[in-house]
Design a protein. Sequence first.
Length: 385
Amino acid sequence: MTPIPLVHASLGERELAAVAQVFASGWPAGQGPRGKALEADLVARYGVGGAVAVSNCGAALHLALLALRVQPGDEVIVADYTFPAPAHAVRYVGAQPVFADVRADTGTIDPQAVADLVGPRTVGVIAVDTVGLPADYAELTALTERHGLFLVEDAACAVGATYRGREAGALAPVACLSFHGRKGATSGEGGALLATDPLLAADARLRSSFGIGSIFDQAQIVGLPIPEFTEIGYNYKLSDIAAAILQVQLSRVDELLARRVAVAARYAELLADEPLLTLPHVPDDRTHAWQTFMVTLDSTVDRAAVATALRAQGIGSGHGTWATHLQPVFETKQSCPVSADLFARNLAIPMHAELELDQVERVATALRSALRANARPLASRGGAA
Ligand SMILES: *Cc1c(COP(=O)(O)O)cnc(C)c1O
C-alpha cells in the first residue's frame, strides 16, 4: 500500500525552470527583480495599495504590528484557535495578546467574543482565516471601526479562499500570507504583507531590510551614495529564488485549489453520515482554501489511537491546530472553552492537491473503521443516563 501523506507541496518543473532563471540572472538575494515582480503580481491579484514579500508569515505579522505602531503595554485581541503566530507577533513588540474564543461551527474568531474583550488598552484585532476558512469580516470590520481599532487578517492558510466574493488576503486593511511548505502556495518558506495603505507597506518593506532599502536598487545608482541606517530593522527579506518559485505558484492557485476542493467534496460525501465525527462547516457567504481538512471527533473517540491506526495503514494525520491560550508560553488565566474543546477533538486528515480520489476513499474507509475501533461504547459514556 502506498503511503498517503498528510501534506504534500506541489512543486515541479515550472518552479525549477524559474529558479534556473534566477541563478542565471546573478541576483539570488532579496528585493531584486523577481521580488519586485512578485510584489507587483500580489498587488494586481489582491487589488491592494502595497505588497511586501518577506521570509515568512511570522515576519509579516511582526512588521504589520511595527507599522501599526503597537507599543509595549498595548493589548491586541487575537483569534485563539490557530497556529499561534499572531500571539507570538504581539509579544515580539512587547504588547499583550488577549485571546478571543471562536465560533464552534467554523473555528474562526467569534465577533461577540472580540466585542466583550475590547478595553481601554486595546489597540487592534488579529483575525485568522482558520486553516483556510475566512472569518466574519463584516462584523469584525464594523466592530473595529466603531472602536477605532486596527484589523489585521492572518490569511496564512487562505490563499484562494473568498468571503462575500472578495479574496482572502484583501478582507482587512492589513493582511499576512504564508508560503510555508504546508500552505496552498509555497516557496518552502515565504510570506507576504498586503496593505491597503501603500505607506504602511513601504514602512514594512524598509524594516524588512535592516531599514536600508533594496541593495539591488542602490547598486543601479551611478556614483557612490552611502545610505544611512536610521532605525533598527530586521532581515525579513524573501530571496529572489523563492520569489521566482512563488510567481509560478500564484499562477497555479486556481488549478491547485480546484483539486483540493474536489478532495474536500469527496470527503464530505464519504463521511457525511459518520456519527463519530463532524465535518468542517463552510458558511454560504465564503469559500475555503482547504489548507487542512480538519474533522472534529466525537468526545468518546480516542484520537491518538485513531491516528495510530491510520499510521499503521500508511495514512498521515495530525491534530488540527492549537488553542493558543493553553500554550505554556502565554501564561494566561483567560479561558476560551470552544477553542479548547476543538483543540482536544480535532483531527487533520490528508489534504493536498495531488491526492487521488481513490486515496481519498482509502482514507475515509480507514478513518471510519478506526473510529469504530476506538470509540468508547455508548454505555460507558461519561454521565450517560
Ligand atoms: C502557518 C501559519 C503562520 C506562520 O506562517 P510562517 O510562514 O510559517 O511564519 C501564521 N499564521 C497562521 C494562521 C498559520 O497557519
